[in-house]
Design a protein around this ligand. Structure first.
Ligand code: C2E
Ligand code: MG
Ligand code: MG
Ligand code: MG
Length: 271
């Protein structure tokens, strides 16, 4: 029960719990055991080229099924993991599992893996990535590292160095949630990434906002100028797809094409 697991009197989940120190402490403690207790799983969501309907990649998304409390969304535990340092251990698990899973996508689709800025800041991040790729014998070209736009406010010299080394390994890099954070376009244009992921807030407002389409075309043009791809996130309706196409965006991901689903895998990593 919730009481037995240290949640005290919170037998029922309340959104405001996410805000409390106590809940954060609880998450921190439980997160430390989640890998060993086999509570993590990756689910995969298709990324579609709408010009031909082909699935060109899958984004790996982390799911935590707590043995008593049930599903806890990444929005609640990733920030905690970043604050307490567990993100490195969790992030390595994610990378390793995604590499194990890559072989089950038999058409050679790219696997996009979310990496926290905190994780990428670690001096040994690239070495860890390289070691995992080697151990799992995965072609680095199949792995795309997704990193949020917010990474750009971190140590810029360090981030550029990491980007270059990731690229040198043969992996590609996508800037996630683009358009929601602080971006120094000057600096962005010098970084070796190959995709902008247009944040879903642009997609959800493309129909009702007068300049919604124009905003998207502006970002599409920016991507062209930078010579990178642009993929729209959170596409839920056919009309959104049509409007995105009209704005020049052809790569998409969202419930309209498919929800994130678990693999029927034969192998899940132990601790
Ligand atoms: P994100 O990387 O931007 O992932 C997209 C989020 O949008 C996912 O939420 C996905 O399930 C959701 N989504 C996909 N299609 C639709 C749609 O059509 N409509 C709506 N409303 N939502 C859609 P999720 O899985 O809850 O993940 C939330 C965030 O948590 C991710 O945002 C990412 O920042 C972070 N995250 C997830 N897995 C990992 C991970 O393995 N490592 C790290 N560091 N962060 C992760
Ligand atoms: Mg992502
Ligand atoms: Mg995103
Ligand atoms: Mg996001």
């Amino acid at each position: 029960t919730a009481r037995a697991s240290g949640l005290g009197s919170w037998a029922i989940y309340h959104p405001e719990m996410a805000e409390t120190d106590r809940y954060r402490k609880w998450i921190e403690t439980e997160l430390g055991q989640a890998i060993g207790k086999n509570e993590f799983e990756l689910v995969y969501q298709p990324q579609v080229d709408t010009t031909n309907g082909e699935t060109v990649g899958y984004e790996a998304l982390l799911r935590w099924e707590h043995r008593e409390k049930g599903a806890i969304p990444p929005a609640e535990f990733i920030t905690v993991a970043e604050k307490c340092g567990l993100i490195n251990q969790i992030g390595s698990w994610v990378l390793r599992q995604a590499c194990v899973d890559a072989r089950y996508f038999t058409s050679g689709e790219k696997i996009a893996v979310n990496v926290s800025p905190k994780q990428m800041e670690q001096d040994d991040f690239v070495d860890t990535l390289a070691a995992i790729l080697r151990a799992q014998a995965v072609d680095p070209a199949r792995i795309e590292i997704e990193i949020t736009e917010n990474v750009l406010i971190h140590d810029q010299r360090k981030i550029r160095e990491q980007f270059e080394q990731i690229r040198a390994l043969g992996c590609s890099i996508a800037i996630d949630d683009f358009g929601t954070g602080y971006s120094n376009l000057n600096y962005l244009s010098d970084l070796p990434f190959s995709k902008l992921k247009l944040d879903q807030s642009f997609v959800s407002r493309i129909e009702d906002r007068k300049n919604g389409g124009a905003l998207v075309s502006t970002i599409v043009n920016l991507a062209r100028a930078l010579d990178v791809d642009v993929l729209a996130e959170g596409v839920e309706t056919e009309n959104q797809m049509v409007m995105l196409n009209a704005a020049g965006c052809t790569l998409m991901q969202g419930y309209y094409f498919g929800k994130p689903v678990a693999l029927q895998r034969q192998q899940t990593l132990a601790a």
